[in-house]
Design a protein around this ligand. Structure first.
Ligand SMILES: Nc1ncnc2c1ncn2[C@@H]1O[C@H](COP(=O)(O)OP(=O)(O)OP(=O)(O)O)[C@@H](O)[C@H]1O
Ligand SMILES: [Mg+2]
Length: 310
């Protein structure tokens, strides 16, 4: 349904998307996961024909983005990262506006507007001005706007940013339902938990490059079954830790970045108390001592050496 080969997008000398390739099957819910500035919005902009690619090719719903932009536009819905709604209009009028823009009119437009208001549970607020909406309600209406013309593929660009957990849950449930009804979804996020909960397959993008790609469970399995222990450690104490850690049966080397030590251990129950005792004995802070079970975040850390939310 989406096929991307060697996609590059430069803004002047900035390489925002750096030779990425992936595909999304029909009916799939694909997550593009990455931190700020990774290139998520740029990728969506190219796929939705808002920006031309610098190099590479992309086919969306059977249409080449470079050669058949109109074809792509008819078949896709885009829910932009920045909310695109008229604050002074009601929910219904906003949807009518977007519907007309997509070429709907008359009875079709009316019917679709009411359907979408119900789908995003805003039927009771149809006449209320968007300016009085909560963040979650705006996000839901923004989503409905992208669905007005019944697209085959939906691009969702961080649709849950800035809203509370309950509102987020509602949006995720809605997306899952749309996907179960057959909609192909490309979902971008910088929330690991969302990608983990929602998506079948995931691409991890960092500084324009795809650093991991595949089935979510496979990706997590790749990291192995070892826990990661991390804690604050001044660089001058690293040598002591290295000496100490020789008896801990570690996986890989001790890493030390930005004042934080990380080690992967097979036997947390034995190693953790020893680390605690050592830190306490050295009067080093204990409050940043953390144990991570392998999850997407571990994968991300292993791949990039950075946490996703910094
Ligand atoms: N219009 C533009 N002109 C110049 N550089 C840009 C432009 N848009 C984005 N960039 C740069 O391209 C890179 C990728 O940006 P992009 O917006 O695609 O990332 P993102 O993953 O969507 O980030 P965020 O999570 O912050 O939305 C960044 O380095 C950004 O500064
Ligand atoms: Mg973005």
């Amino acid at each position: 349904m989406i096929e991307i080969k060697g996609l590059v997008k430069k803004y002047g000398s900035t390489v925002a998307v750096d030779n990425i390739s992936f595909s999304v099957e029909r009916g799939e819910l694909f997550g593009l996961l990455g931190p700020n500035g990774a290139g998520k919005t740029t990728t969506i902009s190219v796929l939705s024909t808002l920006l031309p690619a610098t190099e590479g090719a992309a086919v969306v719903a059977g249409c080449d983005v470079a050669k058949d932009a109109d074809g792509v536009r008819r078949r896709i819905g885009v829910v932009p990262q920045e909310i695109a709604l008229y604050e002074d209009l009601g929910a219904r009028d906003n949807l009518n506006f977007w519907g007309r823009l997509y070429g709907l009119s008359g009875k079709d437009l009316q019917r679709r507007t009411e359907e979408m208001l119900e789908a995003v549970e805003l039927g009771e607020h149809a006449r209320q001005k968007v300016s009085s909406f909560s963040g979650g309600m705006k996000r839901r209406l923004n989503l409905a706007a992208g669905l007005m013309h019944g697209p085959e593929v939906l691009f969702l660009d961080e649709p849950t940013v800035g809203i509370d957990a309950q509102a987020r849950g509602k949006i995720l449930a809605l997306i899952r339902r749309l996907n179960e009804d057959g909609l192909t979804v490309l979902y971008t996020t910088h929330y690991l938990e969302e990608a983990e909960q929602l998506c079948d397959r995931i691409g991890v993008i960092d500084r324009g490059k795809m650093v991991a790609l595949g089935d979510k469970d496979d990706l997590i399995r790749q990291i192995g079954d070892e826990d990661t222990i991390s804690f604050l450690l001044p660089p001058e104490r690293l040598d002591e830790l290295l000496t100490l850690s020789t008896k801990w049966d570690l996986v890989g080397d001790v890493e030390h970045r930005r004042g934080c030590a990380r080690l992967r251990v097979r036997d947390t129950a034995r190693v953790l108390p020893e680390i605690q005792m050592w830190l306490a004995g050295q009067q080093l802070p204990l409050d940043h001592l953390e144990v991570h079970r392998p999850n997407l975040e571990t994968l991300y850390l292993n791949l990039t050496g950075r946490a996703l939310r910094e």
